[in-house]
Design a protein around this ligand. Structure first.
Ligand SMILES: [Ca+2]
Length: 170
């Protein structure tokens, strides 16, 4: 749960996708959950797998990264795929630490923690379980909400060709 005592990391300056007023203090360690800060944010979107998307559902991926210094319970958080789908995170992400990331795949599988590529900062792998593509290749708005339904982050990626990746601008 994000409590009022939640501490936000200081290295957030390059992570803001939205405009923020200039002259704002860059050190926000003592500012709990400020409106411009995302303790967890949408980092990358892989909407258009090579070949037929319908046969590569788990190659459609949304990547979340942690921008929080403390461990967060992301179970109950929700990723909203435009008007198409709302996916609620399950218990696999009940204890996600700073530096760890969450991959959300459109297809089916068992939620798990993958330590093979990043032994110290594992990726959590979640599966929406959809039987059809969720990420529009022509662009789409994605919104991340917390377990109380409040918007944590939102992005809109553009039309992307096969294999192309949207990454949050720095
Ligand atoms: Ca797609």
């Amino acid at each position: 749960m994000i409590g009022s005592g939640f501490a936000i990391g200081v290295s957030t300056g390059c992570l803001q996708g939205n405009s923020s007023p200039s002259g704002e203090p860059t050190s926000t360690t003592h500012m709990p959950n400020g409106p411009d800060l995302q303790p967890v944010y949408i980092s990358e979107v892989w909407p258009n797998p090579e070949g037929e998307d319908g046969t590569a559902l788990n190659d459609e991926v949304v990547l979340l990264e942690m921008n929080a210094e403390t461990t967060m319970d992301l179970s109950g958080f929700m990723l909203v795929y435009g008007q198409r789908k709302k996916f609620t995170f399950r218990n696999a992400v009940s204890s996600v630490r700073s530096g760890e990331s969450v991959e959300i795949h459109s297809g089916s599988g068992s939620d798990h923690k993958d330590t093979t590529s990043h032994p110290e900062d594992p990726d959590y792998i979640l599966y929406v379980g959809s039987d059809k593509p969720l990420l529009d290749n022509d662009g789409m708005r994605l919104t991340l909400k917390n377990s109380e339904g409040n918007v944590i982050d939102t992005v809109r990626y553009p039309k992307l060709g096969p294999g192309a990746v949207w990454a949050r601008p720095e």
